[in-house]
Ligand binder design. Sequence first.
Ligand SMILES: *[C@@H]1O[C@H](CO)[C@@H](O)[C@H](O)[C@H]1NC(C)=O
Ligand SMILES: *[C@@H]1O[C@H](CO)[C@@H](O)[C@H](O)[C@H]1NC(C)=O
Ligand SMILES: *[C@@H]1O[C@H](CO)[C@@H](O)[C@H](O)[C@H]1NC(C)=O
Length: 196
Amino acid sequence: MAPIKFPLLLSLLLSSIFLTINPVKCDDDEEDTLYDGINKYRASLNLKALTKSENADCLADKIADQFKKQPCTNTTGANTVPGTEPQFSNYPDLLSKCHLAISNTRDGIVMPACVPGLVPTKVLTNFTKSLYSDNLNDSKFTGIGIGSEDNWIVVVLTTNTPTGDFAPYSSAATNLISKIGLNHFSFLLLVASIFL
Ligand SMILES: *[C@@H]1O[C@H](CO)[C@@H](O)[C@H](O)[C@H]1NC(C)=O
Ligand SMILES: *[C@@H]1O[C@H](CO)[C@@H](O)[C@H](O)[C@H]1NC(C)=O
Ligand SMILES: *[C@@H]1O[C@H](CO)[C@@H](O)[C@H](O)[C@H]1NC(C)=O
């Protein structure tokens, strides 16, 4: 039995170490600053704070990735009329990479902005002092995801209705992992592997 058990134990051990030393990336200062800024703006309008949505975060990252390398022009970002942003033909792929479907994202909204160097004060006003402010001043939105790449920062707003809650098409396992948190999950794996 031992020769069979050992590789299993080793791989569990390695994967838990890997997961533990790779916590969710935390170098998103611009994103955190914008998140705080937007919620202060919401507070000033007597609206509830937006809660972070992991799935909206994921989509915002993927969309920022599409914009990356595009120059800031007057035809993209906060200076455009909402709805005229470039539509990506691979949008369904981006959704599915984040385990999302058109049906549960339809009422959400995607707001890209381009600010050279992502200067925090300028980033914030690009959302609060542009046409986007109408969306931030809308109580139907309850969740938020933010992604950034190069000079681009993308805000995705979600609702608490089935047509905009950005719920992943769920499987019991992924729900369990996201509830416990990856690091705790890997800790469980570690403990499990010790007792195998
Ligand atoms: C936007 O850019 C285009 C091309 O560079 C230019 O022709 C147009 O006048 C600009 N529009 C505004 C409102 O600045
Ligand atoms: C958005 O950021 C750009 C780049 O810094 C700036 O030129 C523009 O005035 C900003 N727009 C608003 C509404 O703050
Ligand atoms: C926010 O929305 C409310 C209700 O629609 C409106 O009365 C108020 O003027 C808006 N405020 C801003 C800053 O857009």
